[in-house]
Design a protein around this ligand. Sequence first.
Ligand code: ATP
Length: 153
Amino acid sequence: QRVELVELCQDISRTLAKTYQREIRFISTEDSLYGWTDEQLLKQILFILLDNAMKYSEGKVVLQIGKNLNKLYIRVEDEGIGIPAEDLEKVFDRFYRVDKARNRSTGGSGLGLSIASNLVRALNGEIHLESEEGKGTIVTLMLPVPPEKASEK
Ligand code: ATP
């Protein structure tokens, strides 16, 4: 369905900021952006990504949405502990958690990113992970744009 994403992103960042009592910076290149997606599934994905960003960092967390070359992207960025290069592929696997010792305090099942990547696939989107240990993590979602209606041209 056609979903307005700027408000959706803003809502979810407010909710998480409140839960964690920590600021999330929200950036949008436009006042409104429409995606062709499922509202509930997308919220679930963003919740997982923002929750991870908060759990695995103490500094700045940024949620950014924009359009580039007719492609919609949503990006979650943190300046936290990052993910070692050798684990980057594996964090999407079910139950995989990087180094149990460092995770003990934050808890979690290792399911979040595997669920998120499956939901992204269901939405015909893409998910990309960039991370550097000790520096931070950037997760980028690419989402389909609504089909163009002749009547709107
Ligand atoms: P949960 O299922 O509760 O989300 P989880 O956070 O352990 O538990 P995933 O979301 O699947 O599970 O993440 C897998 C692993 O990837 C995490 O255990 C963590 O080591 C690493 N990870 C995920 N996101 C980040 C991040 N933003 N910064 C650093 N490490 C991360």
